[in-house]
Design a protein around this ligand. Structure first.
Ligand SMILES: *Cc1c(COP(=O)(O)O)cnc(C)c1O
Length: 234
């Protein structure tokens, strides 16, 4: 069926166009906004299809599922991001198989990832997760703790601190979306002012990425809009 685009390929094209439109609307260059395709719950073949359509960065939330896909897709040049919650007894396989980790919220996890990162691999690229929604979210470091955490994580030998990530409480209200992303951006600017060399603001998902782009996202994490709705096993 050469010449006919698959659903995944056409979804990717639409998402890229929407990112470019959101960038243009606020005077940003579209190439300054990276796209992480979130492939959790979808099979390796779906990732292969997205890869054939030019996508190179993929995000996974579950350790074993991610590792299985990494093994099945060894023949492709993929940058793998672990974006799920991190249990301390699962840090080793994450450190051994992934290129990036987004959800670090405490020093102990960062120390384990650094100690367990194989030294023949480049440093693990990491973002700290910040809780920008207060009571509405249990995950992420409190905004007032982020600077101290970042300064410690930046010293770990086998990690490279790249920036911050957040998953704000879901809302369809664009002003509320922007307020949460603006809070993450403020934390990011504060870390830069403190002298940290960071470049990544990982924020925005299928339902809110235009707001994230407007507030300075450099990496949006998009699943549903590329692969379709997820069907979780009951
Ligand atoms: C699942 C997930 C996404 C993608 O969400 P969609 O709404 O499907 O785009 C992004 N970030 C994280 C951390 C996720 O867990």
């Amino acid at each position: 069926m050469r010449g006919i685009m698959t659903t995944i390929a056409s979804n990717l094209q639409a998402v890229r166009a929407a990112i470019a439109a959101a960038a243009a609307a606020c005077g940003r260059a579209p190439q300054d906004i990276g796209l992480l395709a979130v492939s959790k719950t979808f099979p390796a073949d779906a990732v292969r299809e997205a890869c054939a359509a030019g996508q190179r960065r993929f995000g996974e939330n579950y350790v074993q599922e991610g590792i299985d896909k990494i093994a099945a897709l060894r023949d492709l040049q993929i940058e793998w991001h672990f974006i799920g919650p991190i249990q301390s007894n699962k840090t080793r396989p994450i450190a051994e198989h992934f290129d990036w980790v987004h959800g670090i919220e405490r020093l102990k996890i960062a120390e384990r990832l650094s100690a367990q990162r194989p030294t023949h691999l480049p440093p693990l690229q990491v973002c700290l997760q910040v809780n920008v929604s207060g009571e509405a979210s249990k995950s992420g470091a409190a905004p007032e703790e982020v600077e101290a955490l970042a300064l410690q994580v930046a010293k770990l030998p086998n990690l490279r601190l790249r920036g911050l990530m957040a998953i704000p409480a879901p809302t369809d209200d664009a002003a509320a979306q922007r307020a949460a992303f603006a809070q993450l951006r403020a934390s990011f600017e504060k870390l830069k002012d403190a002298g940290l060399q960071i470049d990544t603001l990982s924020m925005g998902m299928s339902h809110d990425f235009p707001s994230a782009v407007a507030e300075g996202a450099t990496l949006v994490r998009i699943g549903t809009a590329i692969f379709g709705a997820r069907d979780y096993p009951k």
